[in-house]
Structure formats: structure tokens, C-alpha cells
Write a protein that binds this ligand. Structure first.
Ligand code: GLV
Ligand code: MN
Ligand code: MN
Length: 418
């Protein structure tokens, strides 16, 4: 840790704090896609980009983009390296998830200018809006738009208030009719790189500040609805009930068991449950829930889904309820580009730091970006691996090391191959 990296970390932190102050729920960080807080955060990022002299635009799905043209001539002068992450958050979030990757991109631009580095390719900094998939049942929709893989049905998806994505987009200043215009052609970018907090305990456990991501776990999300029969909690004998919540509880214990037995880091989460009609003296007639399943390889994830479907049929038959399991998103396991991985490792090594290789269990925009571009991720240590939680923490010195590694990686891409 040098004086310079500490100062770099402090600059990162002051921007993270400024974004953290923008929230839809005073007292905690909640910045869902296309919300008023997302609007204000996008405006702040755009103003930072303008201050850096970038050519700033906002695309039809709300991604803020800031372009710096190549600083010198060469075969890639009309191409660009994409650097980014997301500025939406989960409910009651920490301040590092997503925002760090955007802030780091801006600091890379600042540092290149300060160090007088002229790159032989352009840089485009991206602040995506829909990575978390919390407000709408979509996944990575902003980065999917950029790679031409936006699903038309996402525009009709609704939030819990019944607002459609297409209407929220219009209110935000986007344009659902122009989603296709967001696409960046694969040959116009040399790649995509994203700096993110690890959100897990591996780096801290190993005593390493930085890591290079080898692959990102595949993930599937489902909407689960169970229809039983509402009834009087005092008069309905247990054997005659068709209790929708009891059916979910049984299914949830089954899902937990097969995830525990699974390989490749299989994890399954029922993260949101609504019980209807929702009264102490009424047998639940209807339940809506979400199911999120991930693994570091596709086969264990897909096998688990098959077993869950089979169990759904058994429980439905035994309990006389109807269970619907609708797949909403499905993103396969995504390996990161190997050339970029080794250049990230060299950048980390050049700072005297160990470059630990590790997979990512969390989802990232890099998964969507990898459909069109060589994509890579740099991880920085998270305290106790805590994330999606206000206690999320990465030290200032680690932030500085991470930004410095990113700067060195970008510079190395512009150097002739040895
Ligand atoms: C995003 O943070 C996800 O992995 O769900
Ligand atoms: Mn994230
Ligand atoms: Mn997240």
C-alpha cells in the first residue's frame, strides 16, 4: 500500500458515498431500476462523466455511457474497451455492490489523463441500471440490450404495483421502441472489464486483496405459485385442508436438501414469499414465491431443476394443490476470457500482490457482456464476505489497490504484445 493507492481508494470512497446518499428509502440504500433514486444516480454519474470530458449519452434502457476516444492512432483506434457495472441496488443494500465498478471506470479515465497515457483504443464507461432484477422479473436487461439479447417480453413484465417495464422506461426518459439501438456491435469493442467486490469470503480467508474471476455461476430464476383453498383456521380439520403455505414449506425443505447434496457450489434460495389472504385465522389459500438456483456448472443446476419439478408434481398430487413453476430467467455458466484473466493477473502481480483465481457465485453484467465481447472481472476483498446487506465493506486501501490494478490492466492492453 502506497500513499498513491491510499489516495486512490479515498477518491473511490467519496464517490461511493455520494451514490449511497441517493436512495428511494431514507435511512437505507434502496435504488431499484427506473426508480426516482435510479434517475438521480444516473444524473450524478453523467455529471461526473461530463466533468471528465467524456462524450456522455444515456441509451434507450437507461444505461449511462461515457466515451473517451483513442489517444493515439493504430488498428484499434476506432474500437473501445468497455468498463462498467451497475448502479441499481437490492433493498437495504450496501454501497459497494455495482457502484464500485462504475466509479472505478471513472477513476481509470482520471488516472490515465493524470499520468499522460494515450491509449491506442477508446474507453467507454457504462453504468447499467438493471443488474439486480429486484423490481422486475428480468435479469441483466441493460447489459443484454447492449449485446442485442434483450428479450421483447421483458418490456411487458410488471413490478409489484403492476407497472410495466415499458411504461417505467418512458417515465425514466428511455424509449422501449428503441431498445435495439442500444446494441454495440461485437467488433467495435475490444472487450469488457468489470471491477466488483467479491461478495464472498474467499479472498479474505486467503489473505489476498485482489482476485481474478475464472467463471460466473449460471443462474435460473422462477416464479412459484401455489393455489390451495382458503378456509377457517378453527373449523377445518388438518387432513381436509389444502394449505398453500404448508405445500411451499414442504417444497422449500426439499429444495434446501437437494441444494446441500448438490455439486459445483449448487445453491437455491426462496427469497420472496407472499401468503394470501394473509390473516392469522385463515388457512393460506394462495402463495407466490421466487426461486433462485445457481451453480458453477450447468449440469448440476439443470439436474436440480428437474428434481424440483418432479417433487412439485408429487406435492401437488398429495396435497390437492396446484403448483406452477415458471422459469423467468436462465443464464448459463459463463467462463471469463483467458487472455484478459492473465493480463489482470499480471497487473496484480506488478503491484506485488498475489493474484488469486476464483469463480463468482454472484451474477454480474459481465455474463451478458460475454455474449458479444471478451469479458473479464477483477474482484476485491469483501469483509466477512457480507453483501446484499448494509454491512457490506471493503477497506479504502483495498479499493485503492483494486483501482490501481484496473488502471495497470487497461494500460497493458494498449502495450504491444511482448
Ligand atoms: C446479483 O447481485 C445477483 O447475483 O443476484
Ligand atoms: Mn453487483
Ligand atoms: Mn448485487
Amino acid at each position: 500500500m502506497t500513499f498513491e493507492t491510499q489516495a486512490l481508494g479515498e477518491r473511490a470512497l467519496s464517490r461511493l458515498d455520494a451514490l449511497a446518499a441517493i436512495t428511494d428509502e431514507p435511512g437505507r440504500i434502496t435504488r431499484l431500476y427506473l426508480s426516482p433514486a435510479h434517475r438521480r444516480a444516473a444524473d450524478l454519474v453523467a455529471s461526473w462523466m461530463r466533468d471528465l470530458g467524456l462524450d456522455v449519452s444515456e441509451d434507450a434502457v437507461g444505461t449511462v455511457r461515457g466515451l473517451m476516444p483513442a489517444g493515439r492512432s493504430g488498428p484499434d483506434a476506432n474500437r473501445k474497451l468497455l468498463i462498467g457495472s451497475h448502479i441499481d441496488s437490492v433493498i437495504d443494500a450496501g454501497k459497494y455492490d455495482g457502484c464500485l465498478g462504475v466509479v472505478a471506470g471513472l477513476l481509470v479515465v482520471e488516472e490515465l489523463k493524470a499520468r499522460g497515457v494515450a491509449l491506442p483504443f477508446g474507453l467507454e464507461i457504462l453504468a447499467f441500471g438493471d443488474e439486480e432484477g429486484v423490481r422486475f422479473p428480468t435479469a441483466l436487461s441493460s447489459s443484454s440490450a447492449l449485446t442485442g439479447t434483450y428479450r421483447a417480453d421483458w418490456l411487458e413484465a410488471t413490478d409489484s404495483d403492476g407497472i410495466k417495464v415499458k411504461d417505467a422506461l418512458k417515465a425514466f426518459g428511455g424509449d422501449p421502441v428503441r431498445v435495439r439501438d442500444c446494441t454495440i456491435s461485437p467488433d467495435s469493442a475490444i472487450g469488457y472489464v468489470e471491477l466488483h467486490i467479491e461478495q464472498g469470503p474467499v479472498l479474505e480467508h486467503q489473505g489476498d486483496a485482489l482476485g481474478v474471476v475464472t467463471s460466473i455461476a449460471g443462474q435460473s430464476r422462477f416464479r412459484l405459485t401455489i393455489e390451495g383453498e382458503a378456509g377457517h383456521a378453527g373449523t377445518n380439520p388438518m387432513p381436509l385442508r389444502r394449505d398453500a403455505f404448508a405445500a411451499l414449506a414442504e417444497l422449500s425443505v426439499f429444495i434446501e436438501r437437494i441444494a446441500r447434496e448438490g455439486t459445483a457450489g449448487l445453491v437455491a434460495t426462496i427469497g420472496k414469499v407472499a401468503v394470501h389472504p394473509g390473516a392469522p385465522n385463515v388457512v393460506p389459500g394462495n402463495v407466490e414465491a421466487t426461486l433462485d438456483i445457481r451453480a458453477g456448472a450447468d449440469a448440476p443446476r439443470l439436474a436440480a431443476i428437474d428434481r424440483i419439478r418432479h417433487e412439485v408434481e408429487q406435492i401437488a398430487r398429495r396435497r390437492g394443490v396446484k403448483i406452477r413453476l415458471e422459469r423467468q430467467t436462465d443464464v448459463p455458466t459463463c467462463p471469463m476470457n483467458e487472455t484478459f484473466q492473465s493480463k489482470l493477473a499480471s497487473a496484480i502481480g506488478s503491484m506485488g500482490e498475489n493474484a488469486k483465481s476464483l469463480p463468482s457465485g454472484a451474477g454480474h453484467d459481465a455474463m451478458a457482456m460475454a455474449r458479444s465481447f471478451p469479458a473479464a472481472m477483477l474482484f476485491v476483498r469483501s469483509k466477512s464476505g457480507i453483501s446484499h446487506n448494509p454491512a457490506e465493506f471493503t477497506s479504502v486501501s483495498d479499493l485503492g489497490l483494486a483501482v490501481e490494478a484496473l488502471v495497470r490492466f487497461v494500460v497493458s492492453l494498449g502495450e504491444p504484445a511482448a
